[in-house]
Design a protein around this ligand. Structure first.
Ligand SMILES: *Cc1c(COP(=O)(O)O)cnc(C)c1O
Length: 384
């Protein structure tokens, strides 16, 4: 089975992890800060806080922006459930903004319209979380311009988009957001096995994120409420979690980061090959990022009428192609239906969902594999 996504691990990655394994620190050593600084530098952000997952990073990003009971957070229905769950962890309410039917990205026009309605009814969100689906940045300049008059804060869920550019600057620079979150799960662009990171430019948010990551404990005298008792002293000044990344993970992430430009180049090359192989099929190929360069985490095609997604999907799987669907609209999940959401609420998300299939795309996919995908798709479309 050709998977829809997978990691690429080489000898330097393995050596980096072994070196850390043989060192004094498996966790809370030098590799985590080194990885944080390297990602911050790469992304042109002032601060980066590594965590054990992007899910944790989204949770703490919400908490750092003081999301709590009575607040509302908005995100996109076309995302992994973690983009919405983070608000619920904080006791806040969640709502969704419909997507553009072509790209699956949050539609700024829908955001603008929904904000006007929310203002009229006194239900403005505290935070909006745009999702850079497939590695294509949302239109962040426009989203920020729409949100800023209302004082709404922005978290970019860039789990798919490390290595992407928006307006010639790296995604993660937080030019149009308060915090940007990356995931390092093995299917994403670079991996630390499990792992995530939150980037920001505000020192207050940075220290909040660090505090929350490790139990709400500080060893910084400047943050303490009374004199230190001695060198062993620490204070718990908030209620945090253990969301730390290990040094083993950071060593892998740091090693992978060296090849990030290479990984994105390989993904871009593979999309160009798909473009050629698939151009005459009755499918809509993904629309590239308008103002920037996508990191191409996913290659999401949309089937044209009258192709049936289930049938095409099953045929591809039977042919050994590990296709997938990104994503089932979050508001239609039973857990969210129990919160009051239902089918029909976000029609563009639902029509996008009904047409999409993610074809295999990863750094290291071979032309022969892509040819096999194209042949199987051609057969499944009935146009051999
Ligand atoms: C993968 C993913 C997450 C969660 O990432 P983890 O690191 O697995 O917690 C969140 N949002 C999106 C859009 C994702 O694709």
């Amino acid at each position: 089975m050709i998977p829809y996504g997978r990691q690429q691990i080489d000898a330097t990655d393995i050596a980096a992890v072994i070196e850390t394994l043989q060192s004094d620190f498996l966790t809370q050593g030098p590799k985590v800060p080194a990885f944080e600084q390297a990602v911050a530098r790469h992304c042109q952000a002032r601060f980066a806080v590594a965590m054990n997952s992007a899910t944790s990073a989204l949770h703490l990003a919400c908490l750092a922006l003081q999301v709590g009971p009575g607040d509302v957070v908005w995100t996109s229905p076309i995302s992994f459930v973690a983009s919405a769950n983070c608000a619920l962890y904080c006791g806040a309410n969640i709502d969704f903004v419909d997507v553009d039917e072509q790209t699956g990205l949050m539609d700024p026009a829908a955001l603008e319209q929904k904000l006007q309605q929310a203002q009229a009814s006194g239900t403005l969100p505290k935070v909006v979380i745009p999702v850079h689906l497939a590695g294509h940045s949302c239109d962040m300049e426009r989203i920020a311009a729409i949100c800023s008059p209302f004082g709404i804060r922005i978290i970019e869920d860039a789990s798919h988009a490390i290595g992407a550019l928006y307006q010639q600057r790296p995604v993660g620079c937080c030019q149009y957001s308060d915090i940007t979150v990356f995931s390092f799960h093995p299917v994403k662009i670079i991996t630390s096995a499990e792992g995530g990171m939150a980037l920001c430019n505000d020192p207050v948010l940075d220290s909040q994120l660090r505090l929350l990551r490790s139990h709400g404990i500080t060893r910084d005298a400047g943050e303490m409420t009374e004199q230190s008792h001695g060198p062993w002293y620490y204070q718990q000044i908030g209620l945090g979690f253990n969301y730390r990344m290990t040094d083993l993970q950071a060593a892998l992430g740091l090693s992978q980061l060296d090849r990030l430009p290479q990984f994105v180049q390989q993904r871009i090359k593979a999309t160009e090959i798909y473009q050629q192989l698939l151009q005459d099929l009755p499918v809509n190929l993904p629309v590239p990022a308008v103002d920037g360069i996508s990191a191409w985490h996913l290659y999401i095609i949309r089937l044209q009428q009258p192709l049936q997604r289930l049938q095409v999907f099953e045929q591809l799987r039977a042919a050994g192609i590990g296709v997938n669907v990104h994503y089932i609209p979050i508001h239609t999940q039973p857990y969210y239906q129990n919160l009051g959401f239902d089918w029909g609420q976000f029609p563009h998300s639902e029509s996008f969902y009904s047409e999409i299939i993610s074809l295999p795309l990863f750094a290291g996919i071979t032309i022969a594999q892509q040819q096999q995908v194209a042949d199987a798709l051609r057969q499944a479309c009935g146009t051999r």
